[in-house]
Design a protein around this ligand. Sequence first.
Ligand code: TMP
Length: 206
Amino acid sequence: MYKKPIIVFEGVESSGKSHHIKKVANFLKKKNINFILIREPGGNYNAEKIRKLILNKDSNFNKITDLLLYLSSRSEIMTTIKKNFRKKIILIDRFIDSTVAYQHYGMGINLSLINDINNYLLKGLKADFTFVNIVSQKNMKKRLKKRKKLNRYDKFSDIFYKKVQKGFLKISKKKPKKYLIINSNSEIKINEKIVINKIKKLINYG
Ligand code: TMP
């Protein structure tokens, strides 16, 4: 039997996280291993409605409203996570660390407010492992330029993303055994191998 952990992929825009999630999902599909893949904000019917509201280019919420909307989306997706917990591998494209990195380290919102609501929503549930994808400012700019559709959060200043990425690194340093930093400035094929090898270990494959 394979293990069924919750595995999270974090990182700023264009850090390569979505690329690696796709590769992991393809690997699991090929091996006929059951999993669900969700994203935040969003991930199920109700949470996707909230995602549209937050990320819409015409939205102009203040940072506290944004925080509460991200947490509202999380409140909805928790139903899906709890339903599948330890029944299937759960891959999540962003989770609680994104809120701490973007809303606390990026936007300066009080950390205990964020932690209190996250703790209330998660009720002791934890991610088993997190990949933090990092990218240089230069590569991030290049990659964002190539994107056809930019959402509201794809258009903040360089300084903001720098603070957010530093935030992710600070979070990961607190529990180094539960995090792996993937440097997307290095060779992508090598990174793919590193991620898949770690996934194999996490799920007890082979
Ligand atoms: P993405 O899913 O395309 O990466 O876009 C989601 C955006 O939402 C991204 O800019 C990060 C942001 N975000 C927060 O600011 N706080 C959160 O708690 C989450 C989950 C995402």
